[in-house]
Design a binder for this molecule. Structure first.
Ligand SMILES: Cc1ncc(C[n+]2csc(CCOP(=O)(O)OP(=O)(O)O)c2C)c(N)n1
Length: 645
C-alpha cells in the first residue's frame, strides 16, 4: 500500500491581504488560518522590535470580525490608546516590510495616526479618548445626515479614565447610533483596579448566567439564523442578564448591553456585531479576551508582555542587556522612594496604572500600605495627592511626562495654587523614540515653568535623581523632577542623599570662551562637546549642570554672561518655552545682551524612530551637528567682533 503523503501546507493568506476587501473575500473556514498567521507575524515582529504584543494577540479575532462586518474606511473604528492597532494595520494594507519595521524609522508606528492611513479614523497613544472621539464622530455623522457606522474599541482599563465616563454620560444625549466594544481582558498594564473592574468581573463570571446563556444559545442554534431571531434572543439576554447579574451599569447610561461574548469565537463576534449594526440605540458589546493569546509567556506574564522589549519568541526571555549596563532611572527612583517610605510613613507613592513603568512596583512590593494604583486616572492621582498633602503626608506622583499633560489643571489649581507639598516624578521626560509623538516627554518644562510655586529640576545622573527626590520631599510646596527613559549613567549612588540648595546650578568645568548650560541628560553631551572644542579648536569651554529650571540660578548665569562671549543651552525638550527660553528671559531681564545658542527640539511633533541617534540626526541634533553649530556661532561672533574693532 502506498503510504499517504502529508497534505500540503495551505497557501499563506496574510501576504495576499491588501485591504479589508481581500479579507471579506476569504471563506469563513479560512479565518482561523488567517488568525494563526496574524499571531505568528505579531510575535515575530515584536520579538525583534519590541512592542505591544499582549494586547494585540488578544484582539486578533475581534479585529478580523470588525473588518468582516464593517466597511473601513467608510465605517470608522476608534481604538482606545491605539496600542492594540497592529492587527488593524495588518488588515488594512500595512503588512509586509512596512509592518516588519514596526516602531522603527520609516516603518509602521506603534499607534494609530490619521496621517498613516485612511483606515485610522482617529489617532491616539494616550488612554481613555476613544469613546469621546467616537461620540463626536457619530454626532457629526448624524448632523451631516450620512449613514456610516462608528465603533469605539475600548479596553476595560479605559473605563478607569474620567474621560470615558464623561463620554458615557453623554452618549444618549448625543446619538442613537454608536457601537462600543468593551474589550475586557481584566488587565490594564498591571491587573486592572477599582470598582468598575470588579463590576465587570462580576458580570463576566456570573456562572448562573453564563451556563444559562450557553444552553440557550445552543437551543437557538437549532433554528434558522436571522436578524429577527437574534433580536428576540438579544432582548431575552438583556432581560435575563438584568435578572441574574444586576442591572447593567451600561444600560443605566442608555446603552444596550450585549454579552459577555467570547472574544476568540469569530462566529459569535460576527453575529453580535451584525446585530449591533442594525440597532437603533447605542450598543455596548462586552467582549472577553485573553491578553497574550497564542504566546505562552505572554499569558503567564501579562504585565511584562503588555509592551515588551525585544524577546526570544520561543522562551519569551528578554534579550540580555550588555554586561555592566547601568540600572534604569525608573528602578533607581523606585528603590530610592522605597527607602524613603520605609524611613517615613508619611511618604506615599501614587501611580496611574503604571507600577512597573514608573518603578513604583518596588514600593508596592516592599511597603504596600504606602502605595496606590488609582487606575488610568492622572487627574484623580494628582488631586488625590493634593488631598493627602493637606493632612501632612508627602505624596509622590510618579507619572510620565507625557501623561502629566492630562492633569495640568490639577497641577495648577489644586496643587500649586494651594502650595501643597506634592512631588511629581516625571519619567520618560525627553524623547521616547520608538513610541513617537504621543509619548515623547518634550513639553513639560514649557507647561511647568509658568506655574507659580513650582520647583522644577532635572538630574544629570541617577545619583542626583535620588538627591532631588530627597530634596523635593523637604520642600514646602510642589516639586517636579523630570528624568529620561532608560539606563542611567552608571554612577555610584551615595549611601546618604544630599539636600541640594534650591535654585543653585553646579559648575562642572570652567571656561572663558564658551559656557554650556546643560540640563539633565544633556550634561554628558555637553562635557564631550566641551572636551572636543578644547582639543580641536583650543577653545576654553565650560559646562554648567543647571539642575534647576525653576528657580533658575540667575546669579551664576548673569555672572557668566558678564564675562563669557557665548552661552550655549542644551535640553532634551522643545525650545519653545523650555530651558533655553528661561535662560533668554533671565538674560533679558538682567540687561545682558549676551549671545546664546539654544540646542533643543524644534516646534514640530517629532515622529517615532528606531533610536535617539537616528532621530537626533534627523533634526540636526546629533553631536556632530551641535558641534558644527556651536563652532559656527563662535566664529561668527569673532568675525563680528573683529569687524567692529
Ligand atoms: C493617559 C494615559 N495614561 C497611561 C497610559 C499607559 N497605558 C497604555 S495602555 C494602558 C493600559 C490599557 O489597558 P486597557 O485599556 O484595558 O487595554 P489592554 O491593553 O488591556 O488591551 C496604559 C495604562 C496611557 N497610554 N495613557
Amino acid at each position: 500500500m502506498p503510504s499517504s503523503s502529508p497534505s500540503p501546507a495551505p497557501k499563506p493568506l496574510l501576504p495576499g491581504l491588501r485591504g479589508p476587501a481581500d479579507l471579506k473575500a476569504l471563506a469563513p473556514a479560512q479565518l482561523p488560518q488567517l488568525a494563526q498567521e496574524i499571531r505568528a507575524e505579531l510575535i515575530a515582529v515584536t520579538a525583534r522590535n519590541g512592542g505591544h504584543i499582549g494586547p494585540n494577540l488578544g484582539v486578533v479575532e475581534l479585529t478580523v470580525a470588525l473588518h468582516r462586518v464593517f466597511d473601513s474606511p467608510a465605517d470608522q473604528f476608534v481604538f482606545d490608546v491605539a496600542h492594540q492597532g497592529y492587527v488593524h494595520k495588518l488588515l488594512t494594507g500595512r503588512g509586509g516590510e512596512f509592518f516588519r519595521k514596526l516602531r522603527q524609522t520609516g516603518g509602521a508606528s506603534g499607534f494609530l495616526y490619521r496621517s498613516e492611513s485612511p483606515h485610522d479614523a482617529f489617532g491616539a497613544g494616550h488612554a481613555g479618548t476613544a469613546l469621546s472621539a467616537a461620540l463626536g464622530m457619530a454626532t457629526a455623522r448624524d448632523l451631516r445626515g450620512s449613514s456610516e457606522h462608528v465603533v469605539a474599541v475600548c479596553g476595560d482599563a479605559a473605563f478607569t479614565c474620567g474621560i470615558t465616563l464623561e463620554a458615557l454620560n453623554n452618549v444618549v444625549g448625543s446619538t442613537k447610533r454608536l457601537i462600543v466594544i468593551l474589550n475586557d481582558n481584566e488587565w490594564s498594564i498591571a491587573k486592572n483596579v477599582g470598582a468598575i473592574s470588579s463590576y465587570l468581573n462580576r458580570i463576566s463570571t456570573s456562572r448562573t448566567y453564563n451556563r444559562l446563556h450557553h444552553n440557550v444559545e445552543e437551543f437557538f442554534k437549532s433554528f434558522p439564523a436571522g436578524v429577527e431571531m437574534n433580536r428576540v434572543y438579544m432582548k431575552w439576554k438583556r432581560e435575563t442578564k438584568d435578572f441574574f447579574v444586576e442591572s447593567s451599569l451600561f444600560e443605566k447610561f442608555g446603552l444596550r448591553y450585549l454579552g459577555p461574548v467570547d472574544g476568540h469565537d469569530l462566529d459569535g463576534l460576527i453575529k453580535n456585531l451584525e446585530f449591533a449594526k442594525h440597532c437603533d440605540v447605542p450598543v455596548l458589546i462586552h467582549v472577553l479576551t485573553k491578553k497574550g493569546k497564542g504566546l505562552e509567556a505572554a499569558i503567564a506574564h501579562p504585565e511584562k508582555f503588555h509592551g515588551a522589549a525585544p524577546f526570544d519568541p520561543v522562551t519569551g526571555e528578554n534579550k540580555k542587556s550588555a554586561p555592566g549596563t547601568p540600572p534604569n532611572y525608573q528602578d533607581v527612583f523606585g528603590q530610592a522612594l522605597t527607602r524613603f517610605a520605609r524611613a517615613d510613613a508619611k511618604v506615599l507613592g501614587i501611580t496611574g496604572a503604571m507600577p512597573s513603568g514608573t518603578g513604583l512596583s518596588h514600593l508596592a512590593a516592599a511597603v504596600p500600605t504606602q502605595f496606590f494604583d488609582v487606575g488610568i486616572a492622572e487627574e484623580h492621582a494628582v488631586l488625590f495627592a493634593a488631598g493627602l498633602a493637606t493632612k501632612g503626608f508627602r505624596p509622590v506622583c510618579a507619572i510620565y511626562s507625557t501623561f502629566l499633560q492630562r492633569a495640568y489643571d490639577q497641577v495648577i489649581h489644586d496643587v500649586a495654587l494651594q502650595n501643597l507639598p506634592v512631588t511629581f516624578c516625571m519619567d520618560r521626560a525627553g524623547l521616547s523614540p520608538s513610541d513617537g509623538p504621543t509619548h515623547h516627554g518634550l513639553f513639560d518644562l514649557s507647561y511647568l515653568r509658568c506655574v507659580p510655586n513650582a520647583v522644577v529640576m532635572q538630574p544629570k545622573d541617577e545619583d542626583e535623581l535620588v538627591d532631588m527626590l530627597h530634596t523635593s520631599l523637604q520642600l514646602k510646596g510642589p516639586g517636579f523632577i523630570r528624568y529620561p527613559r532608560g539606563a542611567g549613567t552608571g554612577v555610584q549612588i551615595k549611601d546618604r542623599p544630599a539636600a541640594l540648595p534650591i535654585g543653585h546650578a553646579e559648575v562642572l568645568r570652567e571656561g572663558s570662551n564658551i559656557m554650556i548650560w546643560a540640563l539633565g541628560s544633556m550634561v554628558q553631551d555637553a562635557l564631550k562637546l566641551a572636551e572636543r572644542l578644547a582639543a580641536e579648536e583650543r577653545l576654553s569651554v565650560g559646562v554648567v549642570n543647571a539642575r534647576f529650571v525653576k528657580p533658575l540660578d540667575r546669579a551664576l548665569l548673569l555672572s557668566h554672561a558678564a564675562c563669557i562671549p557665548l552661552l550655549v543651552t542644551m535640553e532634551d525638550h522643545v525650545l519653545a518655552g523650555g530651558f533655553g527660553s528661561a535662560v533668554l528671559e533671565a538674560l533679558h531681564d538682567g540687561d545682558c545682551p549676551t549671545a546664546v545658542e539654544r540646542i533643543g527640539w524644534p516646534d514640530k511633533f517629532v515622529e517615532h524612530g528606531t533610536n535617539q541617534e537616528i532621530l537626533r540626526a534627523a533634526y540636526g541634533l546629533a553631536p556632530d551637528d551641535i558641534h558644527r553649530r556651536v563652532l559656527a556661532r563662535w566664529k561668527n561672533l569673532q568675525e563680528s567682533v573683529s569687524a567692529n574693532v
